[in-house]
Design a protein around this ligand. Structure first.
Ligand code: ADP
Ligand code: MG
Ligand code: ZN
Length: 342
């Protein structure tokens, strides 16, 4: 039997750290009494108009620069139409045709092996509300507080080959976004969540296999288990003479398996079109330069500086820069006692 290779690509949704929502002045604060962080705009009332929050563009741009992307100087928003109770307007404002950033990459390291993971694009969009299924009352209730919270979606190329690489990629992304101050990346609060696309193919094969997509995963442990389960399921299916169907799956953490939500047959047609309520965005050279020049020092560069300036080992420097909090604490202490090694 020829060996199989697993191929993984991620769509990471990240809630931005703005004080207010993307198209209105409502707070983005997590939690709160249901349906209190809402206004006519984010509740999708007819006749209201969105106004873009400038800070969203600044954050998306910083993320794009830090992730080595090309910047789309002329970008715009599009409507993604679908009916679902957590989406009061019945469309999500997103970017399909001209996403703000494209063609980036993130460098990761697994067991001493360095690798570059391609970023296909980063686009800006609004989050939807939350449905809560109340089994006791046998009903579903809806909380619109999250409607209109700004997101960036970071879409990777299908460049990862193992769950370890996926975790290294996610940890690196989280670290960069936290250093930039773009997001708190709290997975338990859903500010960082990933759609995980998995396919398998025989080693040496150049064509990609058919993928399945596991939606909305927000724990590293579940992501690792889900990838392993799904890759094995696909391999067994192929070995038995079956074919993998392109589909959207739900990972169930309790039973440790995936369930089909919908297949390609009932894939949705979102009828995207440019949002007529928002003007196109033109990012001037000066504005982009300004953002580039105002980026804080990122972990890679801090790590190099700790080795150079303080004479710390690569291991110590990596550990100290692994979180912004720890790194800032270390630098504060070094200021006072001038003895970095200690
Ligand atoms: P869509 O927008 O319809 O979900 P895309 O083609 O834009 O689909 O891909 C979405 C994600 O799926 C990307 O992160 C990409 O890397 C990943 N992907 C695409 N094809 C495959 C594949 N054959 N195996 C694994 N991942 C894939
Ligand atoms: Mg997708
Ligand atoms: Zn609002």
């Amino acid at each position: 039997m020829r060996e199989y290779e697993t191929v993984i690509g991620l769509e990471v949704h990240c809630e931005l750290a703005t004080k207010t929502k993307i198209f209105c002045g409502c707070t983005t604060e997590f939690g709160g009494e249901p349906n209190t962080h809402v206004c006519p705009v984010c509740a999708g009332m007819p006749g209201t108009l969105p106004v873009l929050n400038k800070q969203v563009v600044a954050y998306a741009l910083s993320a794009g620069v830090a992730l080595n992307c090309d910047i789309t100087q002329h970008c715009k928003f599009d409507r993604k139409n679908y009916f679902y109770p957590d989406l009061p307007k019945a469309y999500q404002i997103s970017q399909l045709y001209l996403p703000i950033c494209r063609n980036g990459h993130v460098d990761i390291e697994v067991d001493g092996v360095k690798k570059s993971i391609g970023i296909h694009e980063i686009h800006m969009e609004e989050d939807a509300g939350k449905l809560i299924h109340d089994e006791w009352e046998d009903c579903t209730i809806v909380d619109y507080n999250r409607c209109g919270v700004p997101l960036i979606e970071i879409v990777s190329e299908p460049d990862m080959r193992s769950a370890d690489e996926v975790i290294a990629y996610l940890e690196k992304l989280r670290m960069i976004l936290q250093y930039l101050g773009v997001s708190d990346c709290k997975m338990q609060e859903g500010s960082l969540r990933a759609d995980v696309n998995v396919s398998v193919r025989k080693k040496g094969e150049t064509k990609l296999g058919t993928r399945t997509e596991m939606k909305n995963m927000n724990s590293f442990r579940s992501i690792v288990r889900a990838i392993e389960y799904e890759a094995n399921r696909q391999i067994e299916l192929i070995e038995e003479g079956g074919v993998v169907e392109q589909s959207t799956l739900r990972w169930d953490d309790v039973s440790g398996r995936t369930f089909s939500m919908r297949d390609k047959e009932d894939a949705q047609d979102y009828r995207y079109f440019p949002d007529p309520d928002l003007v196109a965005i033109r990012l001037s050279e000066e504005y982009i330069e300004g953002i580039k020049n105002s980026l804080p020092e990122l972990p890679e560069s801090r790590k190099a500086r700790y080795m150079d300036e303080f004479g710390l080992s690569e291991k110590d420097s990596r550990l100290l820069t692994s979180s912004k909090y720890l790194s800032d604490l270390f630098e504060g202490a070094e200021e006072i006692c001038k003895n970095p090694k200690a």
